[in-house]
Unconditional design. Structure first.
Length: 264
DNA sequence: GCCTATGTTGCCGG
DNA sequence: TCCGGCAACATAGG
């Protein structure tokens, strides 16, 4: 569940479930999700009031009353959901907020992480220092200075120091919107391509956020979820723009979906 | 058993 | 040095 859009949806849900509140009960179910911290430190942190919930790229931050910060990263399968019980399937860490219910960090593959940072540590947190601009802030000039001509565009955009929050699904969807071939190199884009890319990135993420929010109160995104994407996961089907066949190909280590007729 | 998976990091060879 | 490819992490589902 973890690209910029999904993390932002979680953040907005947490504003409703958790902001200005604290945990009255904490269950640490699998210590492997804790990075550089201890169960007792996390429990003490969760029992404080949350003053702000922020996001940067694919990272989510809960800012606490004493200015320490809980950092969440969901990797491939992590997510935060609201549940009526503390131990639904794949639950690794759960805390009870009286006004909402159990907030549960679920993570099937257990690659995600929860970390605690002091005020100063947060300011110097290396992944934040290195992270590129958010899609809504990035400019063509930014990309021209960070993307070398020889590099494949997919590889550059997946690099979180170039732009924050882009993942493998967004790649297929953005390349389709801008009509770029999956293996295009940065030096092969026209000025118009770069302008279009910079324009489409925030539009794409806003659209996914909107579609993922719905008006459900609870964040449930499991089986039965329809495919909201235009080309990702649609191999063998028709391109919504030109009717050509959607194909897939491994690029930069991951599968890209694309229309063989109208891209590139 | 096979293959796949919305992420990241580190190693290898060109 | 930069780049692409790939294994690794850990786990389950098809
Ligand atoms: Zn097409």
């Amino acid at each position: 569940m973890p690209e910029l859009a999904e993390v932002e949806v979680v953040r907005r849900n947490l504003v409703r479930w958790w902001l200005d509140s604290s945990a009255t009960d904490v269950r640490i179910l699998d210590e492997r999700v804790l990075s550089d911290t201890t169960p007792s430190a996390i429990e003490a942190a969760l029992r404080q009031d949350v003053k702000e919930l922020s996001r940067r790229g694919k990272y989510l931050f809960a800012h606490l009353a004493d200015d320490t910060v809980i950092v969440f990263h969901f990797r491939m399968t992590g997510k935060l959901v609201l549940a009526g019980v503390p131990e639904p399937k794949y639950a690794r860490l759960s805390w009870l907020v009286d006004k909402s219910g159990w907030i549960v960090f679920k993570d099937q593959r257990c690659l995600g992480e929860v970390r605690l940072l002091g005020k100063e540590e947060f300011k110097e947190y290396e992944p934040l220092q290195k992270m590129g601009p958010e899609p809504e802030d990035i400019t063509v000039e930014d990309l021209n200075s960070t993307c070398s001509k020889r590099r494949m565009l997919k590889s550059a955009l997946l690099d979180q120091s170039v732009v924050a929050g882009v993942g493998n699904i967004a790649i297929s969807e953005l390349f389709w919107r801008v009509k770029l071939a999956p293996k295009v190199r940065c030096g092969e884009l026209s000025d118009e391509d770069w302008e279009s890319l910079v324009q489409e990135m925030p539009l794409y993420f806003d659209e996914v956020i909107e579609k993922s929010m719905g008006d459900e109160i609870f964040y449930q995104n499991e089986a039965g979820m329809e495919n909201i994407f235009r080309v990702y996961g649609h191999a063998g089907e028709s391109c919504p723009r030109c009717g050509g066949e959607i194909e897939k190909m491994k690029v930069a280590g991951r599968v890209s979906y694309y229309c063989g007729s109208c891209q590139g």
